[in-house]
Each structure stands twice: as structure tokens, then as C-alpha cells.
Design a protein around this ligand. Structure first.
Ligand code: ADP
Ligand code: MG
Length: 229
């Protein structure tokens, strides 16, 4: 479904160039549940940003359902994300001046869903991730773990085909970690949502059916079902 081939990403800061990803190839099939592992600075966030089309590669190709999407303009990529890909950022990226409910409603409203319908669906998702009772609070009135769950609800509200999540359980206590892992597994098994996530969490690593290990911007090991690249 999502395919990166020989993707490199370099960041330039003044005269210094940091190669964050070095000719990485990854192939995600429909309905996979994949963990990206590696020490801090190994390129996990950069890899996920390439897959979610939030950032563009310096070189290499990116395909979604067979279509080369590397050439699409920003507007077309935004539309692709809005309808097909849910993104959970490490820093949440919630909008501070609106409530949790309104944050989760936003992707639906951008799709043109009517207000009441969007509100009802957003509330259902907030209930499902366990923060339904805080729907009217702004992000700054929520704990880190609660913000994390609002960000998860926002990524899932459009029923995306794939969810790309950067350390989705990093801010959660063990009870909420278990709950989110169960929710992700349920969506994967019962609703065929593909997940790829970075994590250091043993519980989440344990349930992954494939593990991609990064070091210094390159894949050093893939465990589990073999990729198709
Ligand atoms: P991880 O998520 O595994 O901690 P990252 O993908 O964030 O790793 O970073 C990989 C490498 O790229 C690191 O050396 C990091 O410092 C560098 N890097 C990431 N983003 C930027 C950026 N916007 N500008 C410059 N360097 C960056
Ligand atoms: Mg990171």
C-alpha cells in the first residue's frame, strides 16, 4: 500500500549536512502492524514523516496504492492525508485555542461532514480512547497522556486506511498504554487499519508482527513477515 524505495533525507544546517535517512526501502502491505525501532537520532521520526508525506525525501520514490506520489503538490498531499492516512505526531500538534472535541472534529469538517455528525463521531472516538469526559477542555487543560489520546482520536476519526504514529504510547501510564495498544490491535484486526509506529515500549514491540530496526538512518534488521521491497 505504502512503498518507499531508496529514500534518503538530508537536513542542512548552515554548512553542515545531517543524513537522517540513507537509501531506505520499506513496503507496507494492507493490514500490517509494524514497529520501527532504534535509538534516539536513528531516523525513526524522519522515516515516519516520509511515509505520512508530512515531509519530502531528498531522493528516492514514494508510492501509495501503486501511484507515485512524490510528484504531487502540497494540496494533493494534504487531500491524500485527509482521506487515507492518519498521523499521530510525537508532539501531538493539537490546536491550542479549540477544545479536544473540536480538534477531533476538524478533519471531518475539512472533509465536508456536517457539524452535528462530526461532533457525534468525534465524541465516540474520544470515549473510545478514554477521554470522552474531557471533550470540552482545551489541550492546555489536559495532561500529556490525555493530549496523546486526543491526538490518537483525531488520527482515527476519518477511518484512515493507514495510521502512522510516532511513539504513540510515550506519554501514557501502563494502564493507558495497554488500552491504546488494545485499541490499535482492534482497529488493525477488525477494521483492517494498517499501523506503522515508532516505539521503545516493550508491550507495543511485543504485539508488532514486523519490526524494522534503524541505526544511523539505515535499516539494520527486519524481523517478522518479510517486506516486499
Ligand atoms: P529519531 O526519531 O530516531 O530520534 P530523527 O528522525 O528525529 O530520529 O532524527 C534523525 C537525525 O536527523 C538526527 O541526527 C537528528 O538530529 C537529525 N534531524 C532530524 N530532524 C532534523 C531537522 N529538522 N534539522 C536538522 N537535523 C534534523
Ligand atoms: Mg523521534
Amino acid at each position: 500500500m505504502l512503498q518507499l524505495r531508496d529514500v534518503s533525507k538530508a537536513y542542512r544546517t548552515g554548512s553542515f549536512t545531517q543524513v537522517a535517512l540513507d537509501a531506505v526501502s520499506v513496503c507496507l502491505r494492507d493490514n500490517e502492524f509494524v514497529a520501527v525501532l532504534g535509538p534516539s537520532g536513528s531516523g525513526k521520526t524522519t522515516l515516519l514523516n516520509m511515509l505520512s508525506t508530512v515531509d519530502r525525501p531528498s531522493s528516492g520514490t514514494l508510492r501509495f496504492d501503486g501511484q507515485n506520489i512524490g510528484q504531487l503538490d502540497d494540496q494533493a498531499l494534504t487531500a491524500l492525508r485527509l482521506h487515507q492516512i492518519g498521523v499521530i505526531f510525537q508532539s501531538f500538534n493539537l490546536i491550542p485555542v479549540i477544545s479536544a472535541l473540536e480538534n477531533v472534529m476538524l478533519p471531518l469538517q475539512l472533509q465536508g461532514v456536517a457539524h452535528d455528525q462530526a461532533a457525534a463521531r468525534a465524541q465516540t472516538l474520544l470515549d473510545e480512547v478514554g477521554v470522552g469526559q474531557h471533550a470540552d477542555r482545551r489541550p492546555d487543560k489536559l495532561s500529556g497522556g490525555q493530549r496523546q489520546r486526543v491526538a490518537i482520536a483525531r488520527a482515527l476519526v476519518t477511518n484512515p486506511k493507514a495510521v502512522i504514529a510516532d511513539e504513540p504510547t510515550a506519554n501514557l501510564d501502563s494502564e493507558n498504554t495497554k488500552r491504546i495498544i488494545e485499541l490499535m490491535s482492534h482497529l488493525n484486526k477488525e477494521h483492517q487499519v494498517t499501523f506503522i509506529f515508532s516505539t521503545h515500549d516493550p508491550l507495543l514491540i511485543d504485539v508488532a508482527e514486523r519490526r524494522i530496526q534503524l541505526r544511523d538512518g539505515a535499516i539494520v534488521q527486519t524481523k517478522g513477515r518479510h517486506g516486499c521491497c
